[in-house]
Design a protein around this ligand. Structure first.
Ligand code: AMP
Length: 279
């Protein structure tokens, strides 16, 4: 991959990159479209598919994470992707003469709250794999989804802090008609769970409406209590976290106004779903 990327760069070819864990859906496809628009028809669009063990906790869904390489390749082909990079773990974390992989990238400011506190080693795994992929794919631009708002913020910060010559673009969340954000993990949901999973996007719309009506803002504690009641009313759903924060700094706010970012994580059955919105 790196040899190919170096050859493209030497020939002055622009490279756009969309990193994924596969089981691709229309959300991923929208990132590919955005990436293609940026580098144009003469540029190269690279999509990586790699379920990165380092970003899963020991009790998480690594072994049962959905996979469909033939389907993913077909989608990439329809989207005009030039290169699908599918490394194995033996290639991404190979032991060398000294021993196993022992270098990690740790972003320590925007990674600590929310996903970072619910999944303590998650962002270390994400930052490390994205840094490695940037060094292999050598993109000029990389496109991430707003669906994983905190992940995009952590990668933006890492890219700036470590001087990666990569432009980070964040593309909007693609949703089902009823509001549920597309996610490979939606595949885990039973019919009953699927119908209750809409509570995440419903909570975002409800809070957005409430905040738009109140110029002086609404206390975050009151909104958290309201959303927690909403979630508790769904027998299969339980709240993991809900947070209101400044989208630029990710600092929590006490009073929620227009322009505050809201994020939440909810278990629906055993499946943990996340969503967020700029209110
Ligand atoms: P994943 O395969 O879940 O690791 O996601 C790969 C990339 O796709 C990440 O940048 C995600 O934020 C993005 N993504 C996932 N779901 C969506 C969605 N529903 N809309 C837009 N982007 C998404």
């Amino acid at each position: 991959m790196q040899r190919q990327a170096l050859a493209w760069r030497r020939a002055g070819v622009r490279i756009a990159f969309v990193p994924t864990m596969g089981y691709l859906h229309s959300g991923h496809a929208s990132l590919m479209q955005r990436a293609r628009r940026i580098v144009g028809p003469a540029g190269k669009l690279v999509v990586s598919i790699y379920v990165n063990p380092a970003q899963f906790g020991p009790q998480e869904d690594l072994s049962r994470y959905p996979r469909d390489l033939p389907g993913d390749k077909a989608l990439c082909s329809r989207m005009g992707v030039d290169c699908v990079f599918v490394p194995g773990t033996d290639e991404m974390y190979p032991p060398d003469k000294i021993g196993n992989h022992s270098t990690y990238v740790l972003e320590t400011r925007v990674s600590s709250s929310m996903e970072g506190s619910s999944r303590p080693t998650h962002f270390r795994g994400v930052a490390t794999i994205v840094a490695k992929l940037f060094n292999l794919v050598l993109p000029e631009v990389a496109v991430f989804g707003a669906k994983d708002f905190q992940q995009a913020a952590a990668i933006r910060k890492m890219t700036a802090d470590l001087n990666f010559p990569v432009r980070i673009v964040v593309a909007p969340t693609i949703r089902e008609p009823d509001g549920l954000a597309l996610s490979s993990r939606n595949n885990y949901l039973s019919v009953e769970e699927r119908s209750q999973a809409v509570v995440l996007s419903q909570a975002l719309w409800l809070v957005a409406r409430r905040v738009s009506r109140c110029k002086s803002g609404v206390p975050a504690s009151r909104l958290k209590a309201g959303v927690s009641r909403m979630v508790a009313a769904r027998p299969l759903a339980s709240m993991d976290y809900i947070e209101f924060f400044d989208p630029a700094t990710l600092e929590p706010v006490q009073r929620v106004i227009r322009g505050t970012q809201m994020a939440l994580a909810v278990f629906v059955g055993k499946t943990r779903l996340i969503d967020n919105a700029l209110l």
